[in-house]
Design a protein around this ligand. Sequence first.
Ligand SMILES: Cc1cc2nc3c(=O)[nH]c(=O)nc-3n(C[C@H](O)[C@H](O)[C@H](O)COP(=O)(O)O)c2cc1C
Length: 213
Amino acid sequence: MKFQDFLQDNLSYRYACRDFDPTKPLPQEHLHILAQSIQFAPSSMGLQPYRSIFVTDREKKTKIASFSHTQQPVIDCSCLLILMSQKPYTLNANTAKEHYQRHQNINHIAEKTQMVEDILQQRFHNESCLIEGYIREQVYLAMGDMVRVATLLKIDSLIIGGFDTQKLYKWLDCYPNTFTQFFQPCILIALGYGKGQPSPKQRLPLGDVTSIL
Ligand SMILES: Cc1cc2nc3c(=O)[nH]c(=O)nc-3n(C[C@H](O)[C@H](O)[C@H](O)COP(=O)(O)O)c2cc1C
């Protein structure tokens, strides 16, 4: 198959899977690749204002489903990924500097930190809701990359925005290693293997959503 045909197939292969086979687990090495796809995603100023939590335990997924309108894919998927976004008031020049200092080969820490400070002040006037939007943009970008990589691995997925953020946050806060000091739940992605066939794509025609100048 030509690479172009392969890509074309891949574009139409992804669909919102709402009927996962609970008996088919994802291979560990694929979960590792998905985690890396988030790690390597682009982010504004390289801030990576997100963390990921992979939940495979059925009891925990069932608990999370109770915060998600009992959506069955949350329970039946092989792995539920919780993407956490940085709390907006924790993003400032100090935390940006700390972030850059954790990179091994990063130069120009002072300049980069100053640029972050300028963005927060000049573009967002240090307003929490605008900074939150900026952070969520980065999370969604990482999510898009991850979902595309999942599709390349023939893993089905469902992006889930319909859940109670506060309830999930409180539940996560009871566990160690859930990043809740600086991060909060942003979006869920159910991952696994679907049982059925995707329904036909409902999309506006390409010419109606695309323009060439
Ligand atoms: C940000 C976002 C949130 C979504 N939340 C839900 C959700 O809570 N439950 C659900 O069943 N589908 C959810 N979806 C899936 C969309 O309904 C689905 O992607 C859309 O209908 C297009 O269908 P397709 O993905 O099969 O092409 C969400 C998608 C996005 C991008």
